[in-house]
Ligand binder design. Structure first.
Ligand SMILES: [Zn+2]
Length: 175
């Protein structure tokens, strides 16, 4: 009856393996669910604001612009409200919830110290997103979103130009 015992052992082993797989899948599902809940909490915490004032920018965006321009020397300035966001769906510029932080003349790819300035601004955004209600930052055809921090620094589609691909400026959107 040795073969019968071995068969039972194999069955038991298969059963344990299945239980382990079910447990792992359950844990992954829970993790995904928790991430979804965390992202939802972030979005709920920051209710969208309407733009105010002659610059047509929200108070939240104005606070981010003030903090970034205080932290970094930006001789080429910033651009926030635009009637035409320049992308499908309009984006946040027409809503007063986005600013472009220029690293040099528009249309000229930032290199050297100017490119490093862009890197530093992106790092600042990632460190302060929770504090200021920053939704996402785009630079050098990459995006980081506080809604999906687990995705990291994500490559973006080619929009066909230095400016469209954010090689001359850093774009920041707030909730
Ligand atoms: Zn922009």
């Amino acid at each position: 009856m040795a073969s019968k015992g071995a068969g039972r052992a194999r069955l038991l082993a298969a059963g344990s393996l299945l239980a382990a797989v079910v447990l792992i899948l359950g844990a992954l599902g829970l993790l995904g669910g928790l991430q979804g809940i965390a992202a939802q909490l972030t979005a709920d915490r920051w209710q969208p604001e309407q733009p105010t004032g002659p610059d047509h920018v929200t108070a939240r965006m104005r606070a981010v612009r003030a903090a970034v321009t205080k932290e970094f020397a930006l001789p080429f300035g910033t651009g926030c409200y635009r009637e035409d966001g320049g992308i499908a769906g309009g984006g946040e510029h027409p809503l007063g919830r986005a600013c472009d932080f220029m690293l040099g003349p528009a249309g000229v790819k930032a290199t050297g110290d100017r490119a490093k300035l862009g890197d530093r601004i992106v790092r600042w955004v990632r460190d302060h997103a929770d504090e200021y209600g920053i939704w996402y930052v785009i630079y050098q055809q990459h995006i980081w979103s506080s809604r999906h921090p687990e995705r990291g620094w994500m490559p973006m589609e080619d929009r066909g130009s230095i400016t469209g691909n954010h090689f001359d400026h850093v774009h920041i959107s707030v909730y």
